[in-house]
Write a protein that binds this ligand. Structure first.
Ligand code: SF4
Length: 92
């Protein structure tokens, strides 16, 4: 079984209007923004036409990579989703 096939079995319950990851106006180096786009395994970070980076955390796997990458910069406001929301992993 391919990793992509296993990931496809996960389900997400989106907490409408209450994103658990928010991005602040950018004050971090450009490399950090580009790295965010590259490292997120769920593709939640996208480069906008104006050069900024946006986050759409609906498919977030709560891996914490972006949180670790930007720790101490104030770029992200990252919290786990409320109970019952977010990713629901399928095991087995
Ligand atoms: Fe992407 Fe992981 Fe950050 Fe979620 S926690 S937005 S999956 S890097």
């Amino acid at each position: 079984v391919k990793v992509e096939d296993k990931l496809y079995q996960n389900r997400y319950k989106v907490d409408e209007g209450r994103p658990h990851v928010c991005i602040a106006p950018h004050t971090v180096p450009e490399e950090v923004l580009l790295t965010l786009v590259k490292v997120c395994p769920a593709g939640c970070y996208q480069r906008a036409d104006d050069g900024t980076v946006e986050v759409i955390p609906d498919g977030c796997m709560e891996c914490g990579t972006c949180r670790v990458l930007t720790e101490g910069t104030g770029l992200l406001d990252w919290n786990y989703p409320r109970g019952g929301y977010g990713i629901q992993f399928k095991f087995g």
